[in-house]
Design a protein around this ligand. Structure first.
Ligand code: SF4
Ligand code: SF4
Length: 93
């Protein structure tokens, strides 16, 4: 897996923790993020902005409902499949 998959494609969103004090430290978010973008941290869940794809899997699975998606504008969203394929090809060189 690429270290930074969002270098080729990602949503215009990124995960953020709304109120970390309510975190139950269940580990569901960390276990379900296939991009390894969220971790429990020492005291509160932490999101690695450089890895988060904005997929929302952590949002819908958090039992404490404390993760949301923040809108942002990324400049690297491919316009079509051709551009996506070319970006992936460049990454794999
Ligand atoms: S899924 Fe929610 S409650 Fe569980 S560790 Fe992650 S942020 Fe905390
Ligand atoms: S939005 Fe997706 S990529 Fe980002 S932390 Fe949540 S599960 Fe991981």
């Amino acid at each position: 897996m690429w270290d930074k998959p969002h270098s080729v494609a990602a949503a215009n969103y990124i995960a953020e923790i709304k109120n970390s004090k309510l975190c139950e430290r269940c580990g569901t978010c960390e276990a379900n993020c296939i991009f390894k973008a969220i971790s429990l941290g020492d005291t509160k869940p932490e999101i690695d902005d450089s890895k988060c794809m904005g997929c929302g899997i952590c949002v819908v699975n958090c039992p404490a409902n404390i993760i949301s998606l923040k809108h942002l504008e990324r400049e690297n969203i491919p316009k079509d499949f051709l551009e996506l394929g070319m970006k992936i090809g460049r990454e794999m060189d």
